[in-house]
Write a protein that binds this ligand. Structure first.
Ligand SMILES: Cc1cc2nc3c(=O)[nH]c(=O)nc-3n(C[C@H](O)[C@H](O)[C@H](O)COP(=O)(O)OP(=O)(O)OC[C@H]3O[C@@H](n4cnc5c(N)ncnc54)[C@H](O)[C@@H]3O)c2cc1C
Length: 369
């Protein structure tokens, strides 16, 4: 069974400009009743609350309460890579093999639509969250893997998977020039984006609070009654009191089994690492997002920031054999031993033009999903 979120998570760079709701409490004690109780204030909890309130048309909106164990958006959403990235060809090829082309295309289209959906939301809500829609470049650095993925990609249009038509492939001859990545053996590119996830979610939480939702940070849901009471309501226990609610939404991601132990072998936390790398000498800014792939399981991902820094996630190849460091491990208050060492000199090693950048790891953190 997972523990509840650790009190003092490693600071993530996304959380360096705390929003006014970061430590928000709608009142000292939680309400005794709520129509809908949402546990977790990451992108899932915030979007559930937002859509429930937005879709409501009558005079009296439902009473929505959001509980958050720590600061608002302090879980995976506030600690991730900020990459808004569909997969139109790679995993999709595997889905074709397992479920057929129609299902694969449906998944590809669902993923793609997230770029539009987030863009439309950011525009309509005027959210200041540094959204950039650009292209993703998936750089292949292992020739066998590159051939395997390219073969899967080539197969897709012929069997009706339209998503592959949105992908451009650059072969070995031009791959280094196209991507600026040293040793690139091929690269796939397609529309993707990046965003400041914490700012996006805090804005949405703010809209929910404006529309009447109650938000309680530093208020973990410790447990839930095994059954509903005679009024058809669940009882949720917190250090700020007990809440009865008809509907309870578990948006607590890696920590679900701490409240719902029946999920302990179904929702297992997996820990990852991200960092911010900053150049100290001028470099030509990157404008696209990246995945650098050495094998099916060994890859890193990167987004550029307007200030010239980059957010890079991965390093899994350095620690995956030490299973206890990442599997069934939600300790986002601890670093994974070899990760910082791996990211030092990362840009100099992998990107043309960054050799003399003096780029260094400015901040590094872990997160659980
Ligand atoms: C290192 C890392 C990098 C990633 N990179 C990317 C990326 O670049 N792009 C991408 O799309 N995805 C990425 N992901 C995945 C993505 O971040 C998650 O899938 C997504 O943020 C999950 O959102 P969520 O709201 O479901 O969960 P979370 O954001 O984890 O929110 C759950 C919240 O619930 C709270 N909580 C837990 N238990 C309780 C409780 N008992 N009571 C009250 N509150 C509780 C937690 O504190 C937390 O704030 C990454 C994940 C990690 C860990």
């Amino acid at each position: 069974m997972t523990a509840t979120p650790a009190k003092h998570a490693l600071p993530s760079w996304w959380r360096t400009q705390p929003h006014q709701l970061d430590n928000y409490l709608s009142s000292e004690s939680v309400p005794t009743e709520s129509d809908i109780l949402i546990i977790g204030s990451g992108i899932t909890g915030a979007s559930v609350a937002y859509h429930i309130l937005k879709k409501h048309k009558g005079p009296k909106p439902p009473r929505v309460t959001i509980l958050e164990a720590r600061q608002a958006c302090s879980g995976a959403t506030g600690r991730n890579g900020g990459h808004l990235k569909p997969d139109p060809y790679c995993f999709i090829s595997e889905l074709v093999a397992d479920y057929g082309p129609e299902a694969a295309e449906e998944v590809a289209e669902f993923e793609r639509s997230h770029v539009d959906t987030i863009s439309n939301l950011v525009k309509s809500e005027r959210i200041d969250c540094d959204l950039v829609v650009t292209r993703a470049i998936d750089v292949q650095l292992n020739s066998r893997e590159c051939k395997r993925i390219k073969a899967g990609f080539d197969h897709l249009p012929g069997i009706g998977v339209k998503s592959a038509k949105r992908v451009n492939f650059t072969d070995q001859e031009k791959a280094e020039e196209r991507s600026r990545v040293k040793g690139a053996l091929g690269c796939f590119s397609y529309e993707a984006g990046h965003v400041w996830p914490y700012k996006l979610v805090l804005h949405i939480l703010g809209r929910c609070v404006e529309q009447g939702a109650s938000l309680y940070t530093h208020t973990p849901a410790n447990s839930i009654s095994p059954e509903k009471d005679t009024s058809d309501r669940w009882t949720v226990f917190t250090p700020r009191g007990t809440i009865k609610a008809k509907h309870v939404v578990f948006a607590c991601n890696a920590y679900t089994s701490a409240v719902l132990p029946i999920y302990s072998d179904k929702i297992v936390p997996v820990r990852g690492v991200c960092c911010r790398i900053v150049p100290t000498h001028p470099v030509k800014h990157l404008t696209e997002t990246y995945t650098l792939r050495w094998s099916w399981s060994e890859f890193d991902y990167l987004i550029p920031r307007e200030d010239g820094s980059v957010i890079v996630g991965g390093a899994w190849s350095k620690y995956f054999q030490d299973t206890d460091t990442w599997y069934n491990n939600a300790k986002d208050n601890e670093m994974i031993g070899s990760a910082k060492e791996y990211f030092e000199g990362y840009m100099q090693r992998n990107f043309h033009g960054w050799e003399n950048s003096g780029a260094y790891v400015d901040q590094i953190w872990t997160g659980s999903k």
